[in-house]
Design a protein around this ligand. Sequence first.
Ligand code: GDP
Length: 581
Amino acid sequence: MDLPSYTPDNSPVPDGIIVIERASTPQELGPRLNRTAADVVRFLMQQGEMVTATQSLSDDMIELFVAEIGAEIRLVNPGEEQEVELQKVLGVAELDDEEEEGATTRAPVITVMGHVDHGKTKLLDRIRDANVVAGEAGGITQHIGAYQVVKGGRPITFIDTPGHEAFTAMRARGADATDIVVLVVAADDGVMPQTVEAIDHARAADVPIVVAVNKIDRDNADPDKVLAQLADRGLVPESWGGDTIVCQISALQGIGIDELLENLLVVAELEDLRANPDGRAKGVVLEAKLDAGRGPVATVLVQRGTLKVGDPLVAGPAWGRVRALINDKGEQVKQAGPSAPVQVLGLSDVATAGDDFVVARDERSAAKVSEQREHYRRLASISGSASALGGGAKLEDIFSQIQAGEAATLNLIIKADVTGSLEAVTASLKKLERDEVKLSFVREGVGGILKSDIELAMASNATIIGFNVRPDRQVRDFAAAEDVEIRTYEVIYHLLEDIENAMVGMLAPEFEEVVTGEAEVREIFSVPRVGKIAGCYVTNGQITRGSKVRFLREGTIIWKGAIQSLRRFKDDVREVNTGFE
Ligand code: GDP
């Protein structure tokens, strides 16, 4: 068969910088650059990349072709350009316009940061217990990701992020919704790596820092040493002539907590924090999970306007009419205003912590935006995996790659029940990385294992890890048919153990491979509407219809799948033995 070869086309390329979406197919890319899809396919084939006209291209492939024809492009993520349009559909600019007029003072939003074990959780607990439960009807506080306390008649919002290092990512995002950072430093330990990291985060977000020197009840507490260390980092205490507010506290014994809260209100006043409580609400998602009984649940922080039951809400790719709002005391409320954290029920999907949310003008535009975002998010994850293609390996193959002396990359798709466990799983897995084994998270998501996950795993040669989630029968069958491995866990330790074992080649295999035969491709026939047929000669063993096969070129797997049909001359056969064609 004749493969048409690539002949350079010298017709002019479009002027200026052309915006190209990642994961574009030759069919999409060619015409944008004044070329045909076939030009792209033939050129890439010449470079040793076998692609079809409808296959998503990696960044490298796109850039290779662009360099060849001498065009200038800017690669964007799918949806990046469209998002501007979607913001218009949602009428976000109009909200920003009316922000100034009716703005009134709002509560400050506080994030507590600091080194592990310096007392962040204790402090958050202490503040909540002392100020929320007291005198409240309905009593029991709920951990919804944030809470509000009232000090001297004025509210303060605390983001209740777990302070463990595994949550660095979420903490970093937490700072974006944050007006003031409380930096907890243990008086008996001083400034530590994560203290410095927290300072960097706060500075990057241009958020003022109030220092809480904690554990002053300890015998070995040395607050002055801590102050000196902080001054070295540019946080000079007021008592030393600087402008950093420092409170000495004991979260354990409840010393200095009131003073800390008062100081937070002083800083809040200086910052003159305002928001317009009227009109459609807008804000950020703090936490999201899939609740067995209630469906997708998101804790949001309202940043302007008032969120009401019945509002058509869009949060990232999720949308819904707000079915119920639940506050930090576990009470159902009808509405939530600026700086209030509230749990939202009624969304179509699990949003991601850090997603923006906004109330749309009507249900239709909410649904439309959500649908578009979901579409682009899928494309974006495919483009991410397209560039991972070729490099990565599955769990079952990782050890042989390591042994072969190759630096191996293990491609994983992680699905977990809640954002918290997802971040914990990925952070703990990251720690297993070594020079010879890298991990690549092709997708990290909250929610069940879906058919789209299997498709992505197929496209990116990934193994799927489910943490506290399981695929249903249909998905499981689909995965088995496509030879995609799904491993599910309920205990993080077991998960880590398995991955570590895979890295040292001790993983109990899920499948056992038996080689039944080998053949050599001697000729390729192209049949219209059928595709390509490999004319082979069986060199040893036996080739059986339905068997799984791998195509190797110079020892490298170029394709794998199953034998669809097997023929000798015109006849269908079940098997072909050594020495036959
Ligand atoms: P985090 O990792 O920063 O959230 O730290 P935790 O709040 O979990 O506190 C770590 C340990 O320090 C726990 O055993 C706390 O009981 C203890 N701790 C926290 N605050 C104080 C304090 O003010 N005084 C003393 N003596 N211990 C404290």
